[in-house]
Design a binder for this molecule. Structure first.
Ligand code: HEM
Length: 791
């Protein structure tokens, strides 16, 4: 019997062979290469493809209809052997590689892809040219609508494995056996911007995970912030309309810093908690790999006995939670709009696979009302100090998509994709989401059959009596497309109750039917205050600066005023500081209290601060994948940088030599040193730290080069670790950033020349270790007076 792979290979060869035979019989026409030649070449061309590529090569879907085979079997497929990835195997059935010949979509070989068919070499193009028409028609229709929100994103494949069986809490199959690796596809996104917008704008980041489990697909469609702006899905279109570019002039792109957003937000005090997060560094992540993820809503775990626990989901990044400086984020948006996308792609290509742990907060069913706030309210967190996060598994992203459109763009997430053992709560935001996703995907992906797209298929079979619709791919056999039925094999078939499969938790519901919000959702400020109180001093400053920037972009003073009046209910000092540069009156808490949407209900939290809400000092303390610029010019002392470079690379960081031009620079010892990038094409905002080596001539050259000076000043302003050795120290001194004062500014390491002499490896190692420790802190946010730095 042929293997699946064997079948595909054989079939892949045959279309070429068939068209080769067909062409052999066909008459030649003027200008075409003699068929004799083609006949000889086609098999040769195919033979010239490397065997490894041929093995991977699949052509079209029609060559391998896996769903038909699965459906015919009518039974669940066996679990894949440990270590294999069922999703990857499935996707490989749909992938194609390039071949050295091109055909029409019908498989007819195209001899000339440069010239259309004309009436004479200088005459008009003929309508008859089916090759031209097919090519242009396909091109004309190759765009689909972008997502109405979360349009800009990047994704990767990987796997999830649970640490221990969670059977006590849930019967979800993928959370039972630590030996099972469940394939996942994860898409990170911004919310407001269009598909082509910049990655580093201030925004919430989507964090959507599709688990391809043996019980069906489970989607955990979350964000990198654990709360949301609104409490009821009824307000989602309003929220999004307010933050999207304004309808009259389509300005601004991918930014909340404009009147309509703050007009809406200031009239919706329930958004206050989320606004605190959105103005913090959470909204300008350093990398997708350095973000937390949250399911936000309270869900339910249901075990095999039908018992329910409430559950909140968390993703904890191995590399810690880190943000950019706001000025840096804005500059990156211009210098490299793909900064996050590139970072994810490169990390995976380099084998630095991003990793998160899945955490859960579990709350017994009878403790639903034990917190003072409502578990159904998506504007609230359960502080980790109140209910610890149990880490139950880990997710590793280890493979980039093969094709952005086919996978990242066509993937369809939906919070309603759950599996047995996971259920919803009555959170009114979640309930609205359960409707919205499939609905929008029908128009985005062009019909009701998008679940058949390769990226959206489950790895277990599916079968039902839905039929037809645009682009149906499954070929369901037989006359029966309904249930109950008896015509398939003469036996009655009826699916009418039973204990297998997905069972909804039989929750007692409270009548009556009302269009009203529960008073238990009424406190809008206590957790906003908890969040602010929990931040370190620099993080608080960043939040204040975030509000100032955004509100300063609002042209209507009343909007600015209303927002700071609301903030006075979070923290008087915060509101005053935000208001200072905005040209408005001091915040007036009483004015806010009189407005619509305001509720004066306050809950009591048992804690004043939650350190778990901070970003500082998170992560494993490593510098893995951090990017370090080594600044050079002609005359650099390359020997001085070698031991430090070796040490930081050994610790997992990536160094790039950045000079005035590409090519090489001449070192002090007249050797040529390769340059990877220039001061201009990879400016300081692309790096986490800077190393300035020794060499009098090199330091002098850089001191008189505006781009090099700006590079170091900007890195300093953005609070990055800077290490200077030998004469490089003088370069720092001339910049007026206090590199010659004691104590040195935080995160600045200097070593005078003798210490870094080539022979003095101990001293060099010590400098390297200090530099590594400074990089591991991510940024030195407490560095004084960075505002005065002109960069
Ligand atoms: C807790 C609140 C919410 C979170 C965490 C959230 C998260 C997400 C994420 C991560 C995506 C991108 C999925 C992807 O990468 O393809 C997304 C898309 C989307 N969300 Fe939400 N969302 C929330 C609330 C809502 C609400 C309330 C609605 C509507 C009532 C909504 C409607 C949509 C729509 C229409 C899309 C586009 C889906 C597509 O075209 O594939 N979201 N959301």
């Amino acid at each position: 019997m042929k293997t699946r792979r064997g079948v595909v290979q054989n079939q892949r060869v045959s279309p070429s062979a068939t068209s080769y035979r067909r062409r052999r019989e066909a008459p030649t026409h003027r200008g075409a290469r003699p068929l004799r030649v083609l006949c000889r070449e086609v098999p040769k061309l195919w033979d010239s493809i490397a065997p490894s590529r041929r093995a991977r090569t699949r052509s079209t879907f029609s060559e391998e209809p896996p769903m038909t085979q699965q459906n015919r079997a009518g039974v669940r497929r066996q679990k894949p052997a440990n270590g294999t990835n069922a999703k990857q195997e499935q996707l490989s059935n749909f992938t194609t590689d390039h071949t050295p010949l091109i055909t029409t979509n019908q498989g007819v070989q195209i001899p000339d892809n440069h010239n259309s068919l004309r009436a004479g070499a200088r005459g008009p193009t003929l309508l008859e040219d089916f090759i031209l028409r097919e090519k242009i028609t396909h091109f004309d229709h190759e765009r689909i609508p972008e997502r109405v929100v979360h349009a800009r994103g990047a994704a990767a494949h990987g796997y999830f494995e649970v640490y221990r069986s969670m059977s006590q809490f849930t019967c979800a199959d993928f959370l039972q056996d630590p030996a099972v690796k469940t394939p996942v596809f994860v898409r990170f996104s911004t919310v407001a911007g269009s598909r082509g917008s910049a990655d580093t704008v201030r925004d919430v980041r989507g964090f959507a995970v599709k688990f391809y489990t043996q019980q069906g697909n489970y989607d955990l469609v979350g964000n990198n912030i654990p709360v949301f702006f609104i409490q009821d899905a009824m307000k989602f279109p309003d929220l999004i309309h307010s933050v999207k570019p304004e309808p009259n002039n389509e300005i601004p792109q991918a930014a909340s810093a404009h009147d309509t957003f703050w007009d809406f937000a200031s009239l919706m005090p329930e958004s206050t908690h989320m606004l605190m997060w959105a103005m913090s560094d959470r909204a300008i992540p350093r990398s997708f790999r350095m973000m937390e993820g949250f399911g936000i809503h309270t869900f339910r775990f249901i075990n095999a006995r039908g018992e329910s626990h409430f559950v909140k989901f968390h993703w904890k990044p191995k590399l810690g939670i880190h943000g950019l400086a706001w000025d840096e984020a804005q500059k990156i948006a211009g210098k490299d709009a793909d900064f996050h996308r590139r970072d994810l792609w490169e990390a995976i290509e380099n084998g630095d696979f991003p990793e998160w742990e899945l955490g859960v907060q579990l709350i017994p069913n009878d403790k639903e009302h034990a917190f003072g706030f409502d578990l159904l309210d998506p504007t609230k967190v359960i502080p980790e100090e109140m209910v610890p996060v149990q880490r139950i598994g880990r997710m590793v992203l280890n493979r980039n998509p093969e094709n952005f459109f086919a996978e990242t763009e066509q993937v369809a997430f939906h919070p309603g994709h759950v599996v047995p053992g996971i259920d919803f709560t009555n959170d009114p935001l979640l309930q609205g989401r359960l409707f919205s996703y499939t609905d929008t995907q029908i128009s985005r992906l062009g019909g009701a059959n998008f679940h058949e797209l390769p990226i959206n298929r489950g790895v277990c079979p599916f079968h039902n009596f839905q039929r037809d619709g645009m682009h149906r791919m499954t070929i369901a056999r037989g006359q029966v497309a309904y249930e109950p039925h008896s015509l398939i094999d003469g036996k009655d078939f009826r699916v009418d109750g039973g204990s297998a499969g997905f069972q909804s938790f039989p929750e007692d519901l409270e009548p009556p039917k009302v269009r009203r919000r529960s008073p238990s959702f009424d406190d809008h400020f206590t957790q906003a205050r908890l969040f602010f109180n929990s931040q370190s001093a620099p993080e608080k400053e960043h939040i204040i600066a975030g509000f100032r920037f955004e509100l300063s972009k609002c042209e209507v003073p009343a909007v600015r005023q209303r927002m700071v009046d609301n903030l006075a209910h979070v923290d008087e000092k915060l509101a005053r500081r935000v208001a200072e540069p905005l040209g408005i009156n001091p915040p007036d808490a009483k004015a806010a209290a009189g407005r619509a949407g305001f509720r004066d209900h306050r809950i009591t939290m048992p804690i004043e601060e939650s350190p778990a809400l901070r970003m500082v000092d998170t992560g494993d303390g490593s510098i893995k994948t951090r990017k370090i610029a080594i600044l050079v010019a002609d005359g650099v002392d390359s020997a001085s940088l070698r031991p430090i470079r070796e040490a930081i690379e050994k610790a997992g960081a990536q160094c790039k030599v950045v000079g005035p031009q590409l090519g090489t620079v001449a070192s002090a010892s007249k050797r040529q040193l390769d340059v990877d990038a220039t001061y201009v094409n990879m400016p300081s905002v692309m790096f986490d730290a800077v190393l300035v080596p020794a060499g009098a001539q090199g330091a002098a050259a850089m001191s008189s080069n505006g781009d090099a000076v700006h590079f170091v000043l900007e890195a300093y302003k953005h609070c990055k670790a800077i290490c200077a050795v030998g004469e490089g120290v003088q370069l720092l001194s001339t910049l007026g950033i206090g590199a010659d004062t004691k104590p040195l500014p935080a995160g600045v390491i200097v070593a005078p020349t003798p210490v870094t002499n080539l022979g003095d490896t101990t001293a060099a190692t010590q400098i390297a270790q200090e530099f590594i420790a400074a990089i591991a802190k991510h940024r030195h946010w407490d560095r004084a007076n960075v505002e005065s730095v002109p960069a």
